[in-house]
Design a protein around this ligand. Structure first.
Ligand code: ADP
Ligand code: MG
Length: 255
C-alpha cells in the first residue's frame, strides 16, 4: 500500500559490502549488503552471536565499518549518529523518570518544547496503551508496557527509520502475542520504516515485508508475500507455515 506513495524506488537504508570484525577477532560480516525502502518493515534474524546487534551499531554510527558503505536516505554520511531512531536491545527507560518524562526525552535532546506537543504526546500514549500510566515509573509497569514506552520514545525521535533490537525478546509468549496484534493494528497508520531484530521466526514472518537471515558472515533474503492488514491468526494459515518451513530450511541447509 505504501508503495503507492511513490517512494518505492528510493532507498531509506542501504548497506553495501559491509565488512566488520572486532579488534583481533574473526570477522562478523564479510561483504554484507542489505537495503530497506521507505515504508517497509524488514526483519533481521539469526542465532545469538550472529552479529545482529553489531549490525545496528554500525548503521547508527556507534561503530565504523572496516570496509563498505552505509547510506541513510541516499546520503553517504560519515556522520550517521542521530539519523535514525534506535531502540537498543536492553530496555533503557530511566528508572527515576516517569513514563511521560522518559517518552519526551528525545524532544528535550532536540531542545523542543514539550508543552506545545503535550496533546499530541498524550494521544500517542493512549495509542500505546499507556494513557493511564504517564505518571508511573518504569518499575510499576508490566514488561509489555515498558517495551511499548521504550518504543514510543524511539518514535518521538521523529526519525523516519527506526531500528528496533529485539523489542519483544524478553517478553513471555502470551504478552508477545498481544504485542504482535497491537503492532499489526498500529502499523498501517505509523508511516515509519522499520528494521527489526528478532530470533523468533514466527514474529519475523508475521510482522515483515522482507526478512534478512544472517548466516556465515553473509545474508539471505526472503520476501513475505502475505497481504496486509494482517492479524496474528495468520500463523495458523498454510501459507504462513510454508514460509516458516522455508525459513527453517534456509537456516539449517543453505550456506
Ligand atoms: P547478536 O546480537 O546477533 O546476538 P552481537 O552483535 O551482539 O550478536 O555479537 C556478535 C559477536 O560479536 C559475538 O560473538 C559477540 O561476542 C561479539 N561482540 C559483540 N560486542 C563485542 C565487543 N564490544 N567486543 C568484542 N566482541 C564483541
Ligand atoms: Mg543482540
Amino acid at each position: 500500500m505504501k508503495e503507492e506513495i511513490g517512494l518505492s524506488d528510493s532507498t531509506m537504508l542501504s548497506v553495501e559490502e559491509l565488512t566488520y570484525a572486532f579488534d583481533g577477532k574473526k570477522s562478523i560480516f564479510h561483504s554484507l549488503s542489505i537495503d530497506v525502502r521507505p515504508g517497509e518493515f524488514v526483519s533481521v534474524i539469526g542465532p545469538s552471536g550472529s552479529g545482529k546487534s553489531t549490525l545496528f551499531k554500525l548503521i547508527t554510527g556507534l561503530l565504523e565499518p572496516d570496509h563498505g558503505e552505509i547510506q541513510i536516505m541516499g546520503e553517504r554520511t560519515e556522520q550517521r549518529l542521530g539519523k535514525v531512531g534506535y531502540m537498543p536491545q536492553k530496555d533503557l527507560l530511566i528508572p527515576w523518570k516517569t513514563v511521560l518524562e522518559n517518552v519526551v526525552l528525545p524532544l528535550e535532546v532536540r531542545k523542543e518544547s514539550k508543552h506545545q506537543k503535550l496533546a499530541e504526546i498524550r494521544e500517542w500514549l493512549s495509542r500505546f496503551g499507556l494513557a493511564d500510566y504517564e505518571k508511573a515509573y518504569p518499575h510499576e509497569l508490566s514488561g509489555g508496557m515498558r517495551q511499548r514506552a521504550a518504543f514510543l520514545r524511539t518514535i518521538m525521535t521523529g526519525k523516519d527509520l527506526l531500528l528496533l533490537d529485539e523489542p519483544f525478546g524478553a517478553l513471555d509468549s502470551l504478552t508477545k502475542r498481544n504485542m504482535h496484534s497491537w503492532l499489526l493494528g498500529l502499523w498501517g497508520e505509523l508511516q515509519k520504516t522499520v528494521l527489526f531484530i528478532t530470533h523468533d521466526l514466527e514474529e519475523a514472518i508475521l510482522l515483515s515485508d522482507r526478512i534478512y537471515l544472517l548466516k556465515d558472515e553473509g545474508v539471505h533474503e526472503m520476501r513475505v508475500n502475505l497481504p496486509r492488514p494482517r492479524s496474528s491468526e495468520l500463523i495458523y494459515q498454510p501459507e504462513f507455515m510454508a514460509m516458516r518451513k522455508e525459513l527453517e530450511w534456509l537456516i539449517h541447509h543453505e550456506s
